[in-house]
Ligand binder design. Structure first.
Ligand code: COA
Length: 267
């Protein structure tokens, strides 16, 4: 594919992901994400579209090579497959739902998408599937069945203000939640509190980092100043993950068994 064609493809992809963006105003040598207002979901959808339309998978280590439109065109031109591109839709992955993005983890395609009111049954099944330890670490309660009011609160989310994502896989022809991550904006409106849980079989897969980075990125882009979480003091995995993501661990004045992890979100 010629460079001009790649450039047109990139522009068409941006337009489909951020329909309000004025492409004429995008400066090709200036940071693309800021100019087009792409949040991390948009960004991952963009990468997804490159994979579909150009058969080019962009690894996370190369994201910085797509900083500007010019750089993205150079990068994609240099990564063109030598084999003819597969037709759109070829391959093993199911089509992503609107507002969703797809990531391959190991050999499995995972869809990350906002949770919605129709997900009550899936969410209940997810909670039921967790081991007692995982459920306790997430909810700090031992109940296997989440009460209806809790399920409603978990699935009916104002996604403009807060953010609640689920990671799902296809299993036996239907969708199954394997991870959930959310933040809620606090009463001051400047900070937010996160919570996350992965199905036991998905712990250690890298999915937790992907979900947490998406929460952090969206919260930052929405102008929130801080993110925090309440974590059981014995929850070494979450504490280690939080440290890796730049959170500081501090005592929780409200709980004896818990600690507070917090980080600033400014770029
Ligand atoms: C907390 C949680 C989301 C972390 O996801 P995860 O996939 O298990 O995390 P990771 O495997 O990436 O582990 C994070 C880090 O903890 C460390 N770690 C992993 N397993 C560990 C263990 N058994 N003990 C101590 N540290 C461990 C590793 O350093 C790892 O980093 P690495 O990527 O460099 O290996 C997941 O374990 C989970 O869902 N737990 C139950 C719910 C929960 O605790 N939620 C948090 C409260 S809101």
């Amino acid at each position: 594919m010629e460079r001009d064609e790649i450039r047109e493809t990139v522009r068409a992809v941006i337009e489909s992901i951020a329909p309000g963006v004025d492409l004429g105003r995008i400066q090709a040598d200036r940071p693309l994400r800021e100019q087009a207002g792409l949040d991390s979901m948009d960004w991952l959808n963009l990468l997804d579209a490159f994979a579909e339309r150009l058969s080019i998978e962009v690894p996370e280590s190369d994201y910085e090579r797509l900083e500007t439109l010019d750089a993205a065109v150079d990068y994609l031109a240099s990564r063109q497959p030598t084999q003819p591109a597969q037709p759109v839709g070829a391959g093993v992955q199911a089509p992503a739902q609107p507002g969703a993005m797809r990531r391959r983890i190991g050999s499995t395609w995972v869809i990350v998408r906002p949770i919605g009111p129709d997900d009550v049954a899936l969410e209940a099944e997810f909670i039921r599937s967790l081991s007692d330890e995982t459920r306790y670490q997430r909810f700090m309660a031992t109940l296997r069945e989440a009460p209806v009011a809790k399920l409603r609160a978990l699935t009916q989310v104002d996604q403009q203000r807060d953010l609640a994502l689920v990671a799902t896989v296809g299993r036996d022809g239907r969708e199954q939640i394997v991870g959930a991550a959310r933040y809620g904006v606090d009463a001051s409106g400047t900070g937010c509190e996160f919570a996350i849980a992965l199905a036991d079989a998905w712990q250690g897969s890298g999915l937790a980092g992907i979900l947490m980075r998406m929460l952090i990125d969206v919260a930052r882009r929405r102008g929130l100043a801080t993110m925090e979480g309440i974590v059981l003091a014995t929850n070494r995995r979450m504490l280690e993950l939080a440290r890796q993501l730049g959170f500081r661990v501090m005592p929780d004045v409200d709980g004896r068994d818990t600690v507070r992890v917090m980080r600033a979100l400014a770029a």
